[in-house]
Design a protein around this ligand. Sequence first.
Ligand code: T4K
Length: 368
Amino acid sequence: MDNKKVFVTQPALPDLEDFIPYIEEIWNNKILTNNGPFHQKLEEELAKHLNVPYVSLFANGTLALLTALQVLRITGEVITTPYSFVATSHCLLWNQLTPVFVDIEKEFCNIDAEKIEQAITPKTSAILPVHVYGNPCAVERIQEISDTYGLKTIYDAAHAFGVNYKDTSILNYGDLSILSFHATKVFNTIEGGAIISHDLTTKKRIDYLKNFGFAGETKVVALGINSKMNELQAAYGLLQLKNHDRNIAERKRVADTYQKLLNGITGIRLLTEQVQTVGNYAYFPIFVNGDAYGSTRDDLYEKLKKHNIYGRRYFYPLISEFPMYRGYDSAKSHNLPNATEIAEQVICLPIYPTLEEVEIERICNIIK
Ligand code: T4K
């Protein structure tokens, strides 16, 4: 009865026959990469769809973030969150930057904006917050701090594709935002990512940096890297975009059913909807308070696995607990009490467009 394996996510795939004309076009014109026609078209279509000024496509979200830090010439210390996928901080170390971890708030699991100021030193040059699970950070407060101290803000918006806050894209906040289009994300190009920028000069610099620093056939203006998206992925992205609204509606259906069935269970906390926000239902985290629930998060996690339900503990362990980070003063758990507690409680339940009601009910019954 329980045989069907249910994973935390499953990419929504377009119909195969719909993809064939795109492949034929690529085969015919023989442009496979390097800012080809599908690449240009996807940048345009995404800018329209997301309602942002400029999109620069990347091979993945990690390279987008790595490059974003170069674009703004970030130096010294960068204030960030320990409660994220490890790529967030890895990009700092790859840029020889020092991560300074600040605790999260417990309501939405984002960096606690009220704790940022006390982490600023003369070496701080930027803030790198994450819109965790697609829920917006305290963007106005973070902007105020950035303005006051002359810092740059780069949002890791890997989870926040299509999220709107106060009638505009959440990607319009901060100096730059990065997106991930990995297969596990709400919008995917198999692997992929993007930097969102707000003026043409910055967009040009991003595009030089992702193509070895070339600004013309023979001119190299920066220590660039190769992080371009290829034509097959860009074409696949254009096709995905056509199905995107339907996919989000299906994700909402799943989230609504979970909300209805899991509401009110002692010891299980769900996230509330953020005010003035249109979300994307990218993740469905629950937080298990072991004492109140009667068994630990890990017991529930293992029990679900025994029933072939493969949730994930995003984000456990905290980034600050990994060997390359735990030596930093800011990584000590007494500095990060909320993040430490939340990382011990979280399970992200399966959520994706084709998840059937019967499976959701099965998952909720196990939890109940
Ligand atoms: N910043 C943040 C905040 C991020 O969350 C991420 C990535 C990044 C930056 C970096 O962006 P990218 O460089 O990845 O573009 C996954 C993803 O690999 C990663 O992209 C994502 N965050 C992270 C939160 O989750 P894993 O190791 O948990 O993925 P994996 O392979 O275990 O997949 C989870 C489940 O999804 C599998 O059990 C089955 C299903 N699945 C997965 C893939 C890849 C499929 O059904 N089909 C697939 O093709 O990291």
